[in-house]
Write a protein that binds this ligand. Structure first.
Ligand code: IVH
Length: 685
């Protein structure tokens, strides 16, 4: 059946198609997340989602909570309701050596003297434990561990986590509880921190913190962007097999990605598994902190029972975090683009996890106080999340007698301005926004960066020299640069200065939303700038807007609104905006040329229109397609994603599209795909 055919679709037919699509998409999720063997391309997958979304827009009454379209999030939760766990979510006892592993076995042997058993071994993921509830195969509730007895109901946030099936495959118990770990891959963590630093937000310390922070976000749309993942390690429900390794296999069949599991094993094999992963752990895309060893039989688990804190039948073999001892020689302070001061530990070089470490982050001054650091001090450094080395503690017993406590800097290390603290924020910042060199240069760097004005060949080094020579201080100064100015800087290839000046002038065509991003307003990243530009299509309307007006934009919070308002309240910023306007930068949306962001409804889609449409001109439809990220193409080809068919459409195009299997949709279906209707210019209503 073809949804995109023009014939009117009965609700029964739509319901059937929705059911089929949900099944089909669940199957592809399974192939991708569980088996890591996708059978279709991303764009084919997107097409299925788009078709489903279009149907749900057209028949909202058929929209279901287990639909994969719900993964993008949507709801804002002011406060997460507390939910009690049917079975407490226990923690695990730890073992740090093979001897302690054998003691664990001995303890159980004393309780069950004449019994034999096997173990399974699983990687212990360093993430956040959650519990998921399924009723008749549908995901109905998800909660955090909390204090072990009760946690937060974070269902809407968990719905966005890739890998958590919204409905199960195959046959399953009517009531099923699944537990597992939510985590973030290291690459996604690094990307997130880069984005945060770009907009002047404090980076997360490690992927685990980033995961925990993400799950607590009130806006599930934001959670959806964090690329969280899930691995299951536990299931409880009617009729499950006794052997846990079989339960793990069931979990996979139902569609859960599972933690890496091995066994059934005896202890010597468990030991081998532990040694293997201690060596190989860095080849995983995520962090583990050990191996969990569990008795394989559920009946024996029952027999062994729990202490009040942890099960007797399982133990966490913890790897030694990779640590080293060295001397803290000095603490220096870095000033970021938004003025935040980050203390950096300068260390006597030491080998740690295969690299030589000379510096470690101390995040903010509170950390220095917490660790009670003195200079010099003997300190323990660790690779946290195995990415950034950090100082975990000082060894006061080894501290030299004349060591001095460290006091927070009172003035900026770069410009000597007294530092300030913002209410409710840790750390200090330099308020000398306008003149503090690293802030000025950092701002210029941001302005010219690829996602902002995209002025190529104008890197940090050149900007620094231009600044030092007094040639450039503000954005507008860039536009009066001459190639002679650049020639006065050494080490240029011959044609480079002319080229850079050309690039600077070409940047005047950069669309308004990117100009807005380029200004470097705190908390205004690329996506926020885009949303703000949509709501306030000119900088004049934005400058006149009140804080409440700005906070009224969906998903824009009060912090962002306050920051934007404060930016435009500063008369010097207004003067700069006026200068940029006179230079010719785009200070309003030019509808025909809006550069699409990757996540618009029609991003990456090639669309063609044929026939006529009462009340709407062809041009308006084309403009609408472009505004929503689509590309308008001139003919039917294999690459076409949709053919929008109107009245009296030419038969050649229709036939060709039919032959190539290209979806043909009505204008209403296109509008449903996009999610907002076309507003014809001459409409009288
Ligand atoms: S089993 C009753 N298996 O470690 C059994 N836990 O210290 C409880 N964890 O809160 C957990 N990977 O967050 C289990 N393969 C795994 C695990 C795992 C990570 C975490 C989990 C738990 C903590 C216990």
């Amino acid at each position: 059946m073809d949804l995109f055919s023009q014939s009117p679709l009965s609700i029964e037919a739509a319901a059937k198609r929705i059911e089929d699509l949900i099944q089909e998409i669940a199957e592809h999720d399974y192939l991708y997340y569980v088996l890591a063997q996708p059978r279709i391309s991303d764009s084919e997958y997107d097409r299925l989602i788009a078709e489903l979304r279009a149907l749900e827009e057209r028949f909202p009454e058929l929209r279901r909570p287990d639909s994969p379209t719900q993964r993008v999030g949507g709801g804002i939760t002011k406060e997460f309701p507390t939910v009690a766990h049917k079975r407490p979510m226990l923690s695990l006892d730890n073992a740090y050596s093979p001897a302690e592993l054998y003691e664990f076995e001995q303890r159980m042997r004393r309780l069950l003297p004449s019994t034999q058993w096997d173990y399974i071994a699983q990687l212990k993921i360093d993430g956040v434990a959650i519990r998921l509830q399924y009723e008749n195969g549908i995901f109905v509730q998800g909660a955090t561990r909390g204090d072990g007895q009760q946690g937060d109901d974070i269902t809407s946030n968990l719905r966005t986590v890739r890998g958590i099936p919204l409905r199960l495959r195959g046959s399953f118990p009517a009531e099923l509880e699944v537990r597992g770990e939510v985590l973030m891959y290291r690459v996604d963590f690094l990307r997130l921190n880069r984005e945060r630093e770009e907009v002047g937000e404090a980076p997360f310390m490690n992927p685990r913190n980033a995961t925990a922070g993400s799950l607590k976000l009130q806006d599930s749309t934001e959670v959806a962007k964090r690329r969280l993942r899930f691995f299951a390690y536990f299931a409880e429900g009617e009729g499950l097999p006794d052997a846990d390794h079989e339960v793990m296999a069931r979990l996979q069949e139902w569609g859960f990605p599972i933690v890496h599991t091995a066994g059934p094993y005896r202890l010597p094999q468990v030991e081998e598994y532990i040694t293997l992963w201690e060596r190989e752990r860095r080849s995983l895309p995520y962090d583990i902190d050990g191996v969990v060893v569990k008795v394989n039989s559920r009946a024996l688990r029952e027999a062994l029972g729990n202490t009040n804190k942890a099960p007797r039948w399982a133990i966490a073999y913890k790897y030694q975090p990779e640590q080293a001892i060295t001397v803290l020689v000095d603490i220096t302070y870095q000033v970021g683009r938004t003025g935040f001061i980050t203390p950096v530990a300068e260390l006597k070089p030491v080998k740690l996890a295969g690299t030589t470490v000379k510096r470690a982050s101390l995040y903010n001054y509170d950390e220095i106080e917490r660790l009670d650091l003195h200079l010099p001090d003997v300190v323990v450094v660790e690779k946290s999340g195995e990415i950034i080395p950090k100082v975990v503690r000082a060894l006061p017993e080894q501290r030299p007698k004349d060591a001095k406590p460290v006091f927070p800097p009172q003035v900026c290390p770069e410009c000597s301005t007294p530092l300030q603290q913002r209410a409710g924020e840790v750390g200090r910042y330099c308020p000398n926004y306008r003149h503090c060199p690293p802030q000025v240069i950092g701002r210029l760097e941001h302005f010219v960066s690829r996602k902002a004005m995209n002025i190529q060949s104008l890197g940090e080094k050149i900007l620094r020299r231009l600044y030092q020579k007094g040639l450039v201080k503000t954005f507008s100064d860039l536009y009066s640069l001459k190639s002679e100015d650049l020639k006065s800087i050494e080490g240029f290839a011959e044609k480079m200065p002319t080229k850079i000046v050309q690039n600077i002038h070409a940047s005047k065509e950069t669309p308004y939303e990117r100009v807005l991003y380029a200004l470097g307003i705190r908390h205004v990243g690329e996506a926020v700038a885009y949303k703000v530009a949509e709501a306030f299509p000119s900088i004049d309307s934005l400058m006149e807007a009140s804080e409440e007006d700005i906070a009224g934009i969906p998903t824009i919070g009060p912090t962002i609104a306050r920051s934007i308002k404060a930016y435009f309240d500063d008369p010097e910023n207004r003067v700069e905006v006026e200068k940029l306007r006179e230079i010719g930068l785009q200070m309003a949306r030019r509808h025909r040329e809006v550069k699409p962001l990757a996540n618009l409804p029609l991003s990456g889609k090639k669309v063609l229109v044929t026939g006529t449409f009462p009340g709407v001109s062809r041009e308006e439809i084309i403009q609408y397609i472009k505004e929503n990220g689509g590309e308008y193409v001139s003919g039917v080809s294999r690459n076409l994603d949709f053919l929008v068919v109107g009245e009296a459409a030419g038969p050649t195009k229709l036939e060709k599209a039919q032959k190539l299997g290209i979806p043909q949709i009505t204008l209403q279906e296109l509008e449903a795909l996009v999610g907002v209707p076309i507003t014809p210019k001459e409409s009288e209503s």
